[in-house]
Write a protein that binds this ligand. Structure first.
Ligand code: PLP
Length: 394
């Protein structure tokens, strides 16, 4: 039986089985090589199987695979310190989780607990995860199929609309949750001044600002965290995806103003487990040592400049920040995604018309050039002749 016949069915399976990976390259079971221009949904910023992450996991597995977070461990202490050190000033405490949605779940719970309020404000096109509280703040109803709008009382405001925030955030709003750049929604950058305005409105109304850096964090946009582009400090910042260099670990990082959370308020059996902490420490060290923020900045500028200069009539828009880049097409993305895969390049879709690039930040300039050349070649040929078998957005 093939995997798709046994899996639950929720994942749109791609037509290749991946057996191994290194850096920005993945190989299928038959040994065919692909350039992973999506870092598997932005997870492998330090590169697939980064040798330092692999070594940290090996060493940790030989010493302590699991112990509950009620026992302090050296690796957890080290990771908490590293996360606080790379976070904006004033971030002082960390709740460790296993996935992005869990980090947001914790952030939402903490915000309601600290403010004693119940309502949340989120934005149209936002994606914050798929468990019930996070799902309530996720815009696209496709993700909550069959569950109506689940969970929390959430008001949605158009992303980038300062007036909308002023009207919607009230004395009942526990938190505003925002992506510094919307990722799953199609790589949408905020208008200049929007995040600063969001910060000020939240402060004015006694509402907490949760910045979801799950996709934008860990150097993706050319700074370690994308909030640094706007010079704002959130009350809670959530981090996930590439925090563990490919190993599952995530965090809700709390500003010192939040104080200490109450014992027993929240928890997770595997949150902060030793392997996740070891991988996280190695991934943070590698991010700094390899200057991945600098690479994302330089290579991202090169990538968007080249994409903007190819003059392909099928392109409606090219946008990005660092190595978080998107091409919005006038038509469907399927022929392009298939054509790229046939040429050994694997980008990501976003909806039906956007091609999204979140390559590992160790990607080489030549690999970016190859990607632009392949797009040009597909546009020059007849994209519609490519068979319809591309993945849908996750
Ligand atoms: N928040 C953002 C901005 C994301 O991009 C994602 C995943 O794509 C999540 C939250 C959810 O993360 P996870 O899939 O690890 O639960």
């Amino acid at each position: 039986m093939i995997e798709a016949d046994m899996d639950s069915g929720v994942y749109p399976k791609r037509p290749v089985e991946i057996a191994r990976a290194r850096g920005a390259t993945i190989w299928d079971s038959e040994g065919k090589e692909y350039l992973d221009m999506g870092a598997s949904y932005g997870v492998c910023n330090v590169g697939h199987c980064n040798p330092e992450v692999v070594e940290a996991l090996r060493a940790q597995a030989g010493e302590l695979i699991y112990i509950s977070s009620t026992y302090p461990t050296p690796r957890r202490r080290e990771l908490l310190e590293k996360i606080i050190n790379i976070s904006p000033p004033g971030m002082a405490r960390v709740f460790l989780a296993n996935s992005g949605t869990e980090a947001n779940e914790a952030a939402l719970r903490f915000s309601m607990h600290v403010t004693g309020r119940e309502r949340i404000v989120s934005t149209m096109r936002a994606f914050h995860g798929r468990t019930m509280a996070s799902l309530s703040t996720t815009w696209n109803k496709k993700h909550s199929q069959g569950n109506a709008r689940p969970g929390l009382p959430v008001d949605f405001v158009p992303y980038g609309n300062e007036e909308g925030l002023k009207e919607t955030i009230t004395g009942d709003t526990a938190a505003l949750i925002l992506e510094p750049v919307q990722g799953e929604g199609g790589v949408h950058l905020p208008p200049v001044g929007f995040l600063r305005a969001a910060r000020d409105i939240c402060t004015d109304r006694g509402t907490l600002l949760i910045m979801d850096e799950i996709q934008t964090g860990m150097a993706r946009t050319g700074k370690i965290f994308a909030v640094e582009h706007s010079n704002i400090v959130p009350d809670i910042m959530t981090v996930g995806k590439s925090l563990g260099g490919g190993y599952p670990i995530a965090a809700a990082v709390l500003h010192e103003n939040m104080g200490e959370m109450e014992r027993g308020l929240h928890g997770s059996t595997f949150g902060g487990n030793p392997l996740g902490c070891a991988a996280g420490c190695a991934a943070i060290d590698q991010m700094i040592e390899l200057d991945l923020a600098g690479r994302a900045r330089t290579l991202g500028e090169h990538f968007t400049r080249r994409l903007s200069s190819v003059d392909i009539p099928a392109f409606r828009d090219v946008r990005g920040l660092g190595l978080m880049v998107a091409v919005e097409l006038k038509g469907k993305n399927t022929p392009y995604l298939n054509g790229m895969l046939d040429r050994g390049i694997a980008p990501l879709p976003s909806g039906n018309t956007v091609i999204r690039f979140l390559p590992p930040l160790v990607v080489e300039k030549a690999q970016i050039d190859r990607t632009v050349d392949a797009l040009t070649e597909i546009a020059d040929g007849d994209g519609d002749r490519v068979p319809q078998r591309a993945p849908q957005a996750q």
